[in-house]
Design a protein around this ligand. Structure first.
Ligand code: GUN
Ligand code: ZN
Length: 441
């Protein structure tokens, strides 16, 4: 008997992947009812009909039988805060009091490396349990928190972007850094494109950065042009008024970031609720992207994002949970709320579009098309197995779904972590749902 393990692994299930945005193309997805996904050395080798591909397999090739389930690319969450896991579901009357009361004291603890390490492990477990294989992550202001995040993520071979928060004013002393961005630069050198880790330069938001810090941030972004940039913009009306006072010479809140060179491909702007038409156009023209975070926006009462205006301007949109202002790690629950926000803005978000936004759309918005967010050959094998019978109600509803759209819609509206049967990253199983959840105490 050979002791070399076979490198090819096959997965039998229905397959769903995208090659275009369903909002702008009729034929944007591929659906294979009885499909086979072939994976070797962490990459997708092929995705096709079982009947065609199965006879090509060498005898003894392992085939995982997920018949009745749907394999899609792993979800991509383009905006959330790892230290805020511990304060999810903390009530406050709006963004600014929520930051002062809960966020800053919670983030303070992440200067302690042991606390940050334990928090990073729990956070990654939770992402994978929810089928999220890539995320753009805000760490705390402490370099230690970013080190802990990347070490934990690299140990699991995950494709993750993250960065230490920058803030040098209008925050408690215990969280204040400076316009000297040496820590961020050290982190870029150590982690950016090291394995599957990627660095995101992370000014928290304009009110907590001095002009000197924003200028230094723009210089860093220019010096490392393939890093990511992430920040918040136009989330809340009080915040917008505050930015107007702090930066009276700028045309708009978004223009503060443009002025300092922070609008470019791989820049991800969280929220984008209170933008004007010029702002939406500048997002499109600069190749920047929007992270739409509906559970957070509803929770904090921030406002309703207008997907149609973004689409009309040609701006890239992806979805984010924004945990801990977001109320769930589940991208399915994020789709559920995105659907309702679109309805309240008078537009309609089909399920196919929502699954696109959480996979290929997000990969495009991050400049990672071809790498993640797809089942196309050559891509990294980050994928999930969705269980349309995960709960009695889902099973009852999907049993008589009349179309793929209805099945996906039921998964988005009724699903959560229970609908994720398994999560694979770089071809390895990194989460498998246990048959029943048993509380440990
Ligand atoms: N604006 C500045 N910081 C934050 C944050 O941590 N969460 C949210 N939702 N908005 C912010
Ligand atoms: Zn946020």
């Amino acid at each position: 008997m050979s002791n070399s393990t076979p490198t090819l692994q096959a997965y039998r299930a229905s397959l769903l992947t995208f090659h275009a945005d369903p909002a702008f193309a009729d034929d944007a997805h591929t659906w294979i009812e009885d499909g086979l996904l072939l994976v070797a050395d962490g990459r997708i080798q092929a995705a096709g009909d079982y009947a065609t591909l199965a006879p090509t397999l060498a005898p003894g090739t392992p085939v995982a039988d997920y018949r009745g389930h749907i394999i899609t690319p792993g979800f991509i969450d383009t905006h959330l805060h790892f230290p805020q896991t511990d304060m999810i579901a903390s009530p406050a009357p709006g963004l600014l009091p929520w930051l002062d009361t809960y966020t800053f004291p919670t983030e303070r603890q992440f200067g302690d490396p042991a606390h940050a390490r334990a928090g990073a492990e729990f956070f990654l477990d939770e992402l994978l349990r929810n089928g999220t294989t890539t995320a753009m992550v805000y760490c705390s202001v402490h370099k230690e928190s970013a080190e802990a995040f990347f070490e934990a993520s690299a140990a699991r071979k995950l494709r993750m972007a993250g960065g230490k928060v920058l803030m040098d004013r209008n925050c408690p002393d215990f969280l204040q850094d400076s316009a000297d961005l040496r820590d961020s630069e050290d982190l870029i050198r150590r982690w950016h494109n090291n394995g599957r880790s990627m660095y995101a330069i992370t000014p928290r938001f304009a009110p907590t950065s001095t002009e000197a810090q924003l200028a230094a941030t723009g210089e860093l972004a220019r010096a490392y042009p393939d890093t990511f940039i992430q920040t918040h913009v136009s989330e809340n009306q009080d915040e917008c008024a505050w930015v107007g006072q702090l930066f009276p010479q700028r045309r708009s809140y978004l223009d503060v970031y443009e002025h300092y060179g922070l609008m470019r491909p791989r820049a991800m702007f969280g929220h984008c609720i209170w933008l004007d038409d010029t702002d939406f156009s500048r997002l499109a023209q600069t190749g920047s992207a929007i992270a739409h975070c509906p559970t957070s926006n509803l929770f904090l009462g921030s406002g309703l994002f207008d997907m149609k205006r973004a689409d009309d301007a040609g701006a890239m949109v992806a979805l984010g949970t924004d945990v801990g202002a977001g109320t769930s790690f589940s991208m399915l629950q994020t789709m559920n709320e995105a659907y309702k926000v679109a309805r309240l803005k008078g537009s309609y978000l089909p399920a196919l579009r929502m699954f696109y936004l959480a996979t290929l759309g997000a990969a495009r918005s991050m400049g990672l098309e071809g790498t993640i967010g797809t089942l196309a050959p050559g891509a990294e094998a980050d994928f999930i197995v969705l269980d349309r019978k995960a709960t009695p109600l889902l099973a009852r509803r999907t049993a008589h779904a009349g179309s793929l759209e209805e099945t996906l819609f039921a998964l988005a509206l009724l699903g959560d972590d229970r609908a994720i049967r398994a999560t694979y990253a770089a071809g390895a199983c990194v989460h498998e749902r246990s048959p029943a959840f048993t509380p440990s105490n």
